[in-house]
Design a protein around this ligand. Structure first.
Ligand code: RIB
Ligand code: CA
Length: 317
């Protein structure tokens, strides 16, 4: 039975690749996409989600969410994802708009209509999730699981301490980690290992229109050089991270990641450390609020992703 998921995201190149994987993967039932401002503004993240869904010929509702963090100013990353947010992919503009309504209502209504059946996956700033939690206290107890791409136990990428999704809205992340559920945190500790390097790009290159019109141009226009969001292009020998795909792949094949329980507190006040996911592995089980991904089966990850991409590539031609 495929796992139902809602993907809350900020497309963004790696979010787009995560959407493609979720649509392609037979072990995932993508029941909806919700969008949030993050890599680029909400208008663009929403249009990008619609563009990818239409390109893939999928029937997945897209509902727009928050246009700004809870308290802070947006910190767009057009220098990383390209000004339109899809790197170099020139997908046509969407023919349809997003569903009416707000993302937080879609999330709460969909999860509460099927208690224990829907996994919530967030691959952007956690603004929508925090607002949904404030709207519906039953949310943590009603999801099948809650998985994020975000944070890190060891490093940052927008600062030495903070990863982008957390740094963009630390107050929202603090609410999310304090909500009483267990957050599976797929952070930089593992996502910076699963790089689209030359051998992977060569395998992607066999995937027809999916490669030529989406995946390869996305990656070519994506300047995530890895540990520091410095705008450096991924060095040829290193490859390019696809952070968000790791979080969705975990839902499909949990054995791809090794996770350890921990307590995570989000720094919201530090002059140098704002947005840091302060991770304590030493706490007793009852104090844990997170499962931290600390290991990844990189060959297994790419075999899984590329097998699913190959399926949808055959349908695209
Ligand atoms: O730090 C990487 C994360 O920030 C990814 O989700 C990327 O899309 C950006 O949102
Ligand atoms: Ca993202």
């Amino acid at each position: 039975m495929a796992q139902k998921i809602i993907l809350d995201c900020d497309p963004g190149v790696d979010d787009a690749l995560a959407i493609a994987f979720a649509i392609a993967c037979p072990d995932i039932d993508l029941v909806g996409i919700t969008t949030v401002a993050g890599n680029v503004g909400l208008d663009k993240t929403t249009a990008n989600a619609l563009r990818v869904v239409e390109f893939l010929g999928a029937d997945v509702p897209v509902t727009a969410g928050s246009a700004a963090p809870l308290l802070r100013q947006p910190m767009p990353a057009g220098h990383v994802h390209g000004e339109d947010g899809l790197g170099g992919a020139a997908l046509p503009p969407p023919t349809a708009g997003p569903r009416p309504g707000h993302a937080i209502d879609f999330i709460t209504d969909t999860v509460l209509a099927a208690p224990g059946e829907v996994t919530l996956v967030a691959t952007g700033p956690l603004t929508n999730i925090a607002l949904a939690l404030s709207r519906e206290r039953r949310l943590p107890g009603s999801v099948s699981d809650f998985v994020i791409m975000g944070g890190s136990a060891s490093r940052g990428n927008v600062t030495p301490a903070a990863e982008f999704n957390i740094a963009a809205d630390p107050e929202a992340a603090a609410v999310v980690f304090a909500a009483g559920w267990t957050v599976t945190m797929v952070g930089l500790d593992v996502t910076l290992q699963a790089l689209a390097d030359r051998p992977v790009l060569a395998r992607i290159g066999q995937l027809g229109r999916l490669a030529d019109e989406l995946v390869l141009p996305c990656l070519r226009g994506y300047s995530d050089g890895g540990p520091a969001h410095s705008g450096r292009r991924g060095r040829a020998g290193d490859g390019t991270p696809v952070h968000d795909v790791c979080a969705v792949a975990y839902v499909a094949v949990p054995s791809l990641l090794g996770c350890l329980p921990a307590r995570v507190e989000v720094e919201t006040a530090g002059r140098w450390t704002s947005g840091m996911t302060v991770t304590d592995f030493r706490v007793p089980p009852e104090a844990c609020n997170a499962l931290i991904a600390t290991a990844i089966d990189v060959p297994g990850f790419w075999d899984t992703v590329l097998a699913c991409y190959a399926d949808i590539a055959r349908a695209l031609g």
